[in-house]
Design a protein around this ligand. Sequence first.
Ligand SMILES: [Fe+2]
Ligand SMILES: [Fe+2]
Length: 236
Amino acid sequence: MWRGSSTAISRRIFKLLNDQGNREFENSLTYTAFSHWFDYNELPGSASWCKTQAQEERGHALKILEHLTSRRIEDDVTGSEWEAQEAERLQNVRGTNSNGDVPTESSEASEREPDLGKLRSEAAPQKGKTFHWEQVPNIVLDVKGPFTTTFSDPIAIWRKALEQERYNSRKIFQIMAAARETQDYVTESLLMSYYIPEQLGEENAVEEVLSNTLLVMKRGPEFYYELDRSLPSKPH
Ligand SMILES: [Fe+2]
Ligand SMILES: [Fe+2]
């Protein structure tokens, strides 16, 4: 798909990113639930690890929402349709239409004039005009709960954490595939520069805690207290 600007975003990619934002909020709540269980069982190292991770996930959600406010939904136009429209537009501004008209000064000026679409600054108050705030109808905050705080042991928690991270990576890859398919390079660069490396770091961190948990729990649940004390305060 060809688009005329980097702010333009298709409805499809907008929705995928919005859903991902909600998923990041859900992941934040899951880590909050984990931290509650660890706190209750007097495991402050694990509790603090999960609290920090909950904040990170909230940060991921907010970053997506911020990104969406910098984009502008443009209804999908396929490559060939866009090319036909562009050819017609250029023909009109250059005046090289079938009549063989010579281009006028005003038509050249309109060619230089970029098509800005609707700018948000147009919402700024103007003297003597009725003011309306810009509405954001497209972002939907919809978190799917409830988030249980009941778990059998630390293994169950870290397994769930890894499952969640792997699922999250798959969802991000799906958005990446859709961004490539629609030639949305702006979304692609957001995922490439931030979300994909972030997932690699998080999966590695959780895998390490889970494998250490499995090792110490084999010796006995009381050995988990030792591991708890050795956990880094920052997950990755
Ligand atoms: Fe995340
Ligand atoms: Fe994560």
